[in-house]
Ligand binder design. Structure first.
Ligand code: R7I
Ligand code: MG
Ligand code: MG
Length: 348
């Protein structure tokens, strides 16, 4: 169904944006103990309610870099690393106060300094040569997943390459890969049928098992860390009818800027939100996914954004409240970028 697929393209780009806009005010707040959870509930209720005038909620680096990836793919018709690197740098220098990671700014400075002669070198030099394991690759990967959704091997290859402009640590790259293949799975599922959560995780485990095995020998502290997290996730989601307590989710999956401690968490939030969650009052499973992700605290914009991308890719555009979208900066532009990606993919 092509209409549905187009709606999913628009929806996943809107998910990136809205999760980011809604999550960023709560970064590193403790939402579990101090009544902030209720503040969030009321704020989202109001945003979805009758129109009222307020300054738009601004997006951060997550959406800024996602927009660069989408625009580059649409305008070049392929992954062009130099073009993409130039867009990242230009976008950063135009709006440096979008909340970028502390380390990645050095990459931008060096790229500009060497005039993009070696676009991969600055990232390799990060953190004494071990590369960044931040979630910056994963947070911006959605357009790659959309662009390459018909070809799994290509999706892996493009994700690796696009990530390596800033993140070369295996944890950073595989986090981006995990998010990309999860978006792809969402894209290919029918939202009119109940999602089989265990099958969804099982499929991710199979894929990450292969990916992490192929990369063995790069001496990580722990072998196959993403596969292990996915196994933990499967346990967390199936053990308890009520669902695990948020403290348990944070303890086992994490909620910080490390890709390993945020990508599995975002996937968990999307899957958990298939069913009602105590304390999150909404009938809308897409809003539930984003709201739940934010209540876990920590890196709320990024985990909210990645959970939103998954929910948007699964449900499509219809589940987004039009009132809420009016309060998010550049929402029409992000939906349109999803559509342009759809057009690019379908005319190739
Ligand atoms: O990964 P990155 O783009 O940051 C993304 C995050 C998201 O939450 C955004 O919303 C924004 O807030 O930032 O940027 P990096 O600077 O590459 O990584 C983020 C941070 O992770 C770094 O500034 C470091 O504090 C930490 N980090 C590391 N620390 C030690 N050793 C990343 N890699 C390493 C490492 O190898
Ligand atoms: Mg951010
Ligand atoms: Mg963040």
């Amino acid at each position: 169904d092509l209409q549905l697929l187009k709606s999913k393209f628009r929806g996943s780009m809107l998910g990136v944006l809205t999760g980011d806009c809604l999550g960023s005010p709560y970064e590193n707040e403790d939402l579990l103990t101090n009544g902030m959870k209720l503040v969030l509930q009321k704020s989202l209720d109001k945003l979805e309610g009758p129109a009222y005038k307020a300054p738009v909620m601004q997006f951060t680096d997550d959406s800024a870099m996602t927009r660069c990836v989408a625009e580059s793919l649409v305008e070049r018709g392929e992954l062009d690393l130099i073009d993409l690197a130039k867009r990242f740098v230009k976008s950063y220098y135009q709006e440096p106060n979008r909340g970028y990671g502390a380390g990645v700014v050095t990459v931008f400075q060096k790229l500009r300094g060497n005039k993009f002669k070696d676009v991969l070198l600055p990232a390799r030099e990060q953190f004494n040569g071990q590369g960044s394991w931040g979630n910056g690759g994963a947070m911006r990967v959605t357009p790659i997943a959309l662009f390459a959704h018909q070809n799994y091997e290509n999706l892996l290859d493009l994700t690796r390459k696009a990530t390596e402009i800033t993140h070369t640590h295996k944890i950073g790259i595989d986090g981006a890969i995990l998010q990309a293949i999860a978006v792809q799975q969402c894209l290919h599922l029918d939202p009119n049928n109940a999602l089989n959560v265990c099958d969804f995780i099982e499929e991710l485990i199979c894929k990450m098992d292969k990916i992490e095995q192929d990369e063995e020998g790069l001496d990580l502290a722990e072998a196959q860390p993403y596969k292990r997290k996915l196994n933990v996730m499967r346990k967390l989601i199936s053990e308890d009818k009520e669902g695990p307590r948020s403290e348990e989710v944070i303890r086992h999956l994490g909620n910080n800027i490390v890709a390993l401690h945020s990508v599995p968490t975002a996937i968990f939030c999307f899957l958990r939100a298939q069913k009602p969650i105590t304390g999150i009052e909404t009938e809308n499973p897409l809003r539930r996914a984003i709201q739940y992700a934010i209540t876990l605290g920590g890196d709320t914009d990024t985990i909210g954004s990645m959970a939103g991308a998954l929910a948007g890719a699964f449900y499509g555009e219809d589940k987004f409240s039009s009132n809420l979208l009016k309060h998010c900066e550049a929402s029409a532009e992000f939906a349109h970028l999803g559509e342009r990606l759809y057009d690019t993919v379908s005319t190739q």
